[in-house]
Design a protein around this ligand. Structure first.
Ligand SMILES: NC(=O)c1ccc[n+]([C@@H]2O[C@H](COP(=O)([O-])OP(=O)(O)OC[C@H]3O[C@@H](n4cnc5c(N)ncnc54)[C@H](OP(=O)(O)O)[C@@H]3O)[C@@H](O)[C@H]2O)c1
Length: 264
């Protein structure tokens, strides 16, 4: 990868920084497409977020930046505009910098999930969906599932009050999708989406009883590492189709590229 004066510079703002691999994945995709742009991680402590963003406004060769833990919510007051997706999710993960230094934030977790799912040949339209988890990514994904035309959405979360609050918000925003908070029994659902981080650890018990999965149910997991979580291995054993966190991540690249306006 060549970085020159004509390269569109981008950052990922995060703290801590040592675990960040997303920049490498994004740079490889940019290189493959022949786009003259490059991401670098920036280690930004929470107290410095405002100062760093003010500086980025004045950096004329910066096209935008990503934000990850712990800045996804705290970035909001530093932006000029946010998209509907960011407002619904209550957080931002990518920001476009206009040539005049205006900063527009969006959240592509939800659209990344639905696009990654459909890229595997599966559809949410008209489906009865069980979503496990109502955390940061889960919020964005619930709105996106309803927006994608699911007929029904049941949200379960370990701490039930988060599921109740999220279900009420999604129901208000997308009245055509019957959205409720409920239990985690997957029987009878056409799609089961796991947005919890439980799959990151092999030692954590599964968030559902796999023996209760119905034939033909589509399974989605958003954890990136491992690529085959316990839930996905169960899905495979049962011959069920699935999508994983890598599919979501790859779809997010296309959405990021188009939102920021990176072109060959
Ligand atoms: N593929 C992608 O592009 C992508 C994008 C974003 C995130 N992710 C992954 O998605 C996962 C969630 O991220 P996040 O930002 O939403 O995290 P988060 O805001 O911390 O939310 C974590 C969620 O997991 C639940 N949870 C955690 N441990 C659990 C357990 N042992 N049993 C049941 N539920 C449990 C939490 O429930 P409580 O509310 O009860 O704590 C909450 O719903 C992470 O693994 C992250 O790496 C992937």
């Amino acid at each position: 990868m060549r970085i020159t004066g004509s390269t569109a510079v981008l950052f990922i703002l995060c703290d801590p920084v040592s675990h960040v691999k997303g920049t490498d994945i994004l740079n490889r995709q940019l290189l493959e497409e022949g786009i003259d742009a490059a991401f670098s991680p920036l280690h930004v402590a929470p107290g410095s977020l405002g100062t760093v963003i003010a500086a980025i406004r004045d950096m004329k060769n910066v096209a935008g930046f990503g934000v990850t833990i712990p800045h996804k919510i705290e970035v909001l007051p530093h932006l000029d505009e946010i998209t509907t997706q960011a407002r619904e999710a209550g957080s931002v993960n990518f920001v476009r910098r206009s040539p005049e230094g205006k900063l527009i934030g969006t959240n592509i977790d939800g659209a990344g999930f639905t696009r990654g799912f459909s890229n595997q040949g599966m559809t949410l339209k008209g489906r009865k969906v069980l979503q496990l988890g109502a955390g940061g990514a889960g919020r964005a994904i619930a709105f996106a599932i309803a927006a994608a035309g699911a007929a029904q959405l049941t949200i379960w979360n370990r701490s039930s009050e988060r599921a109740v609050a999220l279900a009420a918000e999604v129901a208000r925003a997308y009245p055509l999708c019957l959205t409720v908070a409920g239990g985690n029994d997957p029987a009878g659902f056409g799609v089961v989406v796991n947005t919890t981080s439980a799959g990151m650890s092999e030692s954590v018990e599964m968030v559902i009883d796999p023996s209760r999965l119905s034939r033909g149910t589509l399974i989605a997991e958003i954890v990136i590492n491992p690529t085959r979580t316990t839930l996905l291995r169960c899905a495979e054993e049962k011959g069920l189709n699935w999508s994983n966190g890598t599919h979501m991540l790859e779809a997010q690249y296309e959405l990021m590229r188009d939102f920021i306006g990176l072109r060959k």
